[in-house]
Design a protein. Structure first.
Length: 459
């Protein structure tokens, strides 16, 4: 593609494509032409080290050979099938996911498939309402569950609801245990999980608006939460938080929904991120990395008491492309890759520690980096003012934009750096590399980051 052709494409995009997606979050969108492993390439074949990986979907890297071969084979054998009919891969994938959930949470359940993360959330909302006849939910401040109307109602950012009219079933949003920037201005080392204690107080009196102690009934049916917040800035909660939350919910008859759409399938070194915290959810939603980013597929797992045929019968929910043959065969292959290497999760944790230690070392001289944290290969850099705390959105955006300029150098070669911006104040660089990232690529990322910080700090 010649430069003139690229300019023509940008002009056509400006004329014909909606600006309603996220392409124009940046002033100068990039156009990529190829991908391989941990890299995407522009028209000049400049390599961009991708630390966003299709928003966590391409978790095994771009063009993973086994996944590509699996997809090509299915295209020749059974590329299409209406979702009201069965095929082998759907059944085996559901079995594999249920077995993993039983291993992780000690509960027997079933899987229901759909095509995207928000659709899985919608199905979870339907399942909850079918079982409770109650549309009211708890969710976290900073939580993100999708952009459909139902998912938006339980996503805390008002920006996603603004201008769309009233949301009568908007969730009651509860502070997430964001210890670096505590909602209650406490310190993690001596707060005694103050945030979860404040949540528990809602159930002490009917006048706190959530529960009637006389009848033992909650006004809220379920609590939706991410084990690590994704769009909220890859926040890692204290280890004891979720077991306490789950205890409170169970005591008061509130269902617990674990949204693993972004953190599931080994992102944190465990198949389900909630495994790190020892809490047992009633429902789990998943998507993204299930198919390595090659074909849309999502779903939910739920306890048998909620999703058995007598509670969630034929036609309870449906989508034309749910349990599609390309997605299910890829999901099955992803699970096989994990199962064939029992050390896969520990390897992710080891790489994550190396990356995190390197980030802490190279950012130590910079006061603008207020917090460096992560779990597995879900990492965060919180960008601040000189005081190390006040959010610094302009600098965060500058780092993002500068990475896409492809002016960084290493080993006599020019590189770009693909990052993601998140956080409550859009001042967090979230790092979501391939789970198969090589040690040499982690070293390269650290080298490029050092240059990026120097370049942006001097401006």
């Amino acid at each position: 593609m010649k430069e003139a052709q690229e300019d023509d494409l940008f002009a056509l995009e400006a004329r014909y494509c909606s600006y309603g997606d996220t392409v124009h979050y940046t002033k100068n969108p990039k156009l990529f032409t190829a991908c391989e492993g941990s890299y995407v390439f522009d028209a000049s074949i400049t390599p961009f080290l991708d630390l966003n990986m299709q928003n966590a979907a391409a978790s095994l890297g771009y063009k993973h050979p086994r996944l590509i071969a699996t997809l090509k084979n299915q295209l020749d054998v059974l590329p299409q099938l209406a979702s009201q009919f069965l095929h082998k891969e759907k059944i085996l994938l559901a079995k594999g996911l249920c077995e993993q959930a039983e291993r992780a949470f000690g509960r027997f359940g079933r899987v229901h498939f759909n095509v995207g993360g928000a659709q899985a959330i919608e199905d979870a909302l339907k399942l909850i309402r079918r079982n409770t006849e109650n549309p009211l939910m708890f969710a976290f401040m900073g939580g993100y569950h999708g952009r459909t109307l139902g998912a938006t109602a339980i996503t805390s950012s008002y920006r996603y609801r603004e201008g769309l009219g009233p949301f009568p079933y908007r969730a009651l949003f509860i502070p997430y245990p964001y210890c670096f920037r505590c909602y209650y201005e406490k310190k993690a080392e001596d707060c005694g999980l103050y945030c979860v204690r404040m949540f528990e107080k809602l159930f002490e009196s009917e006048y706190y608006g959530a529960y009637n102690p006389k009848t033992g009934r909650s006004e809220f049916a379920a609590f939706f939460g991410e084990p690590l917040q994704g769009t909220g800035g890859y926040i890692v909660p204290p280890k004891d938080y979720f077991p306490e939350l789950a205890r409170i919910l169970k005591t008061h008859g509130v269902l617990f929904v674990d949204d693993e759409v972004q953190m599931g399938f080994m992102r944190t070194g465990r198949l389900f991120a909630m495994e790190h915290f020892g809490a047992s959810p009633d429902i789990v939603t998943f998507s993204k990395a299930l198919t390595g980013g090659l074909n849309p597929l999502s779903g939910l797992w739920a306890d048998e008491a909620l999703i058995g045929p007598e509670r969630f019968g034929p036609g309870s929910t449906h989508s034309t492309f749910s349990s599609n043959t390309l997605g299910t065969v890829l999901g099955l292959e992803v699970l096989k890759i994990f199962e064939e290497n029992p050390a896969f999760g520990d390897q992710v944790l080891k790489k994550g520690r190396k990356f995190l230690d390197g980030l802490k070392t190279i950012t130590r001289p910079y006061k603008m980096v207020g917090n460096v944290d992560g779990l597995g290969l879900a990492l965060r850099l919180e960008i601040c003012q000189e005081d190390g705390f006040t959010p610094n959105y302009p600098m965060t955006q500058r780092l993002f934009d500068e990475g896409l300029e492809a002016k960084l150098e290493a080993n006599g070669k020019r590189y770009g750096l693909v990052l993601a911006v998140g956080g409550y104040f859009k001042n967090v660089i979230t790092l979501i590399p391939s789970l198969l990232i090589e040690d040499s690529e982690i070293d390269l990322a650290l080298t490029l980051f050092e240059q990026l910080f120097k370049a942006c700090e001097m401006r």
